[in-house]
Design a protein around this ligand. Sequence first.
Ligand code: ADP
Ligand code: MG
Length: 237
Amino acid sequence: KTVEEEEVVGSKKFVKTNDTRKVKIRFKDLPISNYTSKGLQNAEYTKMTEVQRCAIPHALKGRDLMISSRTGSGKTLAYLVPLVEKLYRQRWSSLDGLGGLIIVPVRELAIQAFEVLRSFAGLHDLSAGMIIGGKLVQVEKNHIASMNILVATPGRLLQHMNETPLFDYDNLQTLVLDEVDRMLDMGFAEELSQIMRNLPMGRTQTLLFSATAKKSLQKLAKNVLKTDFTYFCMNSY
Ligand code: ADP
Ligand code: MG
């Protein structure tokens, strides 16, 4: 059973759907670069999972998304593929600074997301790094200015925003909040809103991902997203 609803709230159009019947099945059928396509193939990602089939085509069109789907459903590639493609399409270079920012609740998840990025995006000419607690702040400070993509935890990211003058995020293209439900549960709401106040949100594509669909998330989504496209993946691949 599929549902697709549109609701207009103020100037925003909220689309809710779980319809994946019409969308592509394989990564190589997507309108993506050869670098990404080859990279995914090399990493042995062939068929998209349900959440990837639903999210990626919309994200590639530049839409903001709020995606809730269960743990293990493949959310990481659902945001990394469109993030990398957006930078590729803009011919992003080292001179353009930070283009993609992924915020996750804890270091372990940052490392996991970074590994997924490495697994398929290596053919692109993009630099990527992590801003996570437990590493030397000074080491991060020295590298942060040259990074095109960063995976970060909220506290440490905010620390760099405040302390690292060379950290330039004025050009940010894509912001991802992954496991946003967990970040709210951990009490990061204030850090997240401070971070978003620093970022050029009006010009940035924003993708929110969670494992659950709670009311507090809907509120956050309505505040930060330009168009809110919610997809509730049940539990199938
Ligand atoms: P989530 O973030 O929703 O919990 P992950 O992105 O961590 O899910 O993916 C869960 C597992 O599924 C990982 O081991 C990942 O390698 C695998 N996976 C994700 N997408 C695909 C795919 N399209 N084909 C095969 N395996 C996939
Ligand atoms: Mg995940």
